[in-house]
Design a protein around this ligand. Structure first.
Ligand code: ATP
Ligand code: MG
Length: 415
């Protein structure tokens, strides 16, 4: 005896965006936790964009229904920035008889750019009476008749996707890739050192995509054009917030440290001592913020301060100060051209290239050392009043929470 179809978790028919995840599907017993986390992030993303209707779990996928007046395509722009989402598409959820499925397929195909199409069917509900191939054939025939489009199973311009579930079917077309990875909040909390440059926002985004929640810190040289720098870093944090939901941003005044370094450290070692100062401050902030590691945009060999010896000599300050914090450098093996491509896709590139006076400019460092040892730096900086400099920097720190600014045509692509 066949059991009656289960009541679908949504009232059908309805419209929205269907979202699929990738890596979460491999999570075995922990999968439910990851799904819950992603569901929360999807709600949050729509909420920040003032588009929230509801988000419903439909088996191994989600249906996001935006609030009234918001088109699925607009919601798709927002949802396809959320880590954990492998792909998303405008969709209709309909009862499972073939004529209902075909009606939805014809309607969705009508919203897509011209050209050939194919229909792909998957039956998550294996007891469905019609085999997948037959569903595709019959719905494909209805679409061809209604639209006059040619079928091309090898290189179609549009794919209409049908997923037959228990008691309903999800029909979608115009699928777009999301960032993939894991939902933010599923793998801890990191403090990301955000300069105004190209690399560090991409580094932050890479750990966001691996599920880390990120607090950003900028060591702020207020002797340069302070307000322009602040605005730039805020804009970067807001762009990252499209993926993260929100990004706390801590601005730490850094000019006193810089002055002390310029006055007390020989030119070739200044840049490295300066980096150690940044790590000292970041480690203290990480403790304050409850972050479990630091993230930088360092890239092996990109500049003199990033040779293997110099990175070692710089990071040794953490152990020296008893701060057993890992430093994540997700770009350490990435070529600049690839980083730039990611920054463009992410939407941070145009912000990063706005001119601003780099905090390093004040260092006046000639010919930086290429192979420093930790003890060189320890000696060179030994006379500086670190406790006092650190306290002064932390006391002057300000914290804001940056949220995504949706609006205008600022839609990012995908990295
Ligand atoms: P980016 O690496 O972001 O493009 P950049 O190349 O000018 O900027 P580097 O001089 O390469 O930066 O610095 C290496 C890393 O150190 C940065 O990626 C960033 O993580 C960190 N960093 C540098 N300057 C600052 C700063 N003022 N505040 C916070 N972090 C910084
Ligand atoms: Mg760099």
């Amino acid at each position: 005896m066949t059991r009656p179809a289960r009541k679908p978790p949504v009232r059908v028919p309805c419209e929205g965006v269907v979202l699929h995840y990738g890596e979460i599907g491999t999570k075995g017993a922990n999968r439910v936790q990851f799904e819950r986390c992603l569901e929360e992030r999807l709600r949050e993303a729509l909420g920040h964009a003032s588009m929230l209707g509801k988000v419903i779990r439909l088996g191994g996928r989600f249906l996001a229904v935006p609030r009234e007046g918001v088109r699925a395509a607009q919601a798709l722009d927002v949802l396809c920035c959320v880590p954990g989402v492998a792909s998303g598409a405008p969709a209709q959820v309909v009862p499972d008889p073939l004529d209902a499925i075909a009606g939805a397929a014809v309607a969705l195909l009508g919203t897509q750019p011209p050209g050939s199409f194919k229909v792909e069917t998957r039956r998550a509900h294996k007891a469905y009476a019609v085999p997948s191939m037959d569903v595709s054939r019959r719905v494909g025939a209805a679409c061809a008749t209604a639209s006059g489009r040619a079928v091309d199973v090898h290189a179609p311009a549009v794919v209409v996707r049908i997923e037959v579930l228990d008691g309903c079917a999800v029909v979608s077309a115009g699928s777009r890739a999301g960032p993939g990875g894991l939902p933010v909040g599923s793998s801890g909390h990191l403090l990301s050192l955000l300069s105004g440059g190209i690399d560090s926002p991409v580094a932050a985004w890479q750990v966001l995509r691996r599920g880390a929640r990120v607090t950003a810190v900028h060591l702020w040289n207020r002797t340069a054009d302070a307000m322009a720098v602040r605005e730039k870093v805020q804009d970067l944090a807001r762009m990252l917030a499209r993926s993260a939901g929100e990004v706390p941003l801590v601005l730490v005044p850094f000019e006193a440290c810089q002055r002390a370094i310029v006055a007390g450290v020989p030119g070739p070692l200044r840049m490295l001592v300066y980096r150690r100062a940044m790590l000292r401050i970041a480690a203290a902030l990480a403790a304050r913020e409850g972050a479990e590691g630091l993230v930088t945009g360092d890239c092996l060999g990109q500049v003199a301060s990033q040779t293997a010896s110099n990175l070692r000599a710089v990071q040794a300050v953490l152990a020296q100060e008893g701060q057993a914090l890992p430093v994540y450098m997700p770009l350490s093996g990435t070529d600049k051209a690839d980083i730039v491509a990611q920054a463009r896709a992410l939407g941070t590139y145009d912000i990063s290239i706005r001119p601003h006076e780099d905090a390093c400019a004040a260092l006046g460092s000639q010919r930086p050392a290429k192979r420093a040892l930790p003890e060189h730096l320890r000696r060179a900086e030994g006379a500086l009043p670190w406790e006092q400099l650190l306290a002064q920097a932390l006391d002057g720190a300000t914290r804001s929470v940056e949220r995504p600014a949706w609006g205008g045509d600022a839609r990012p692509g995908r990295a």
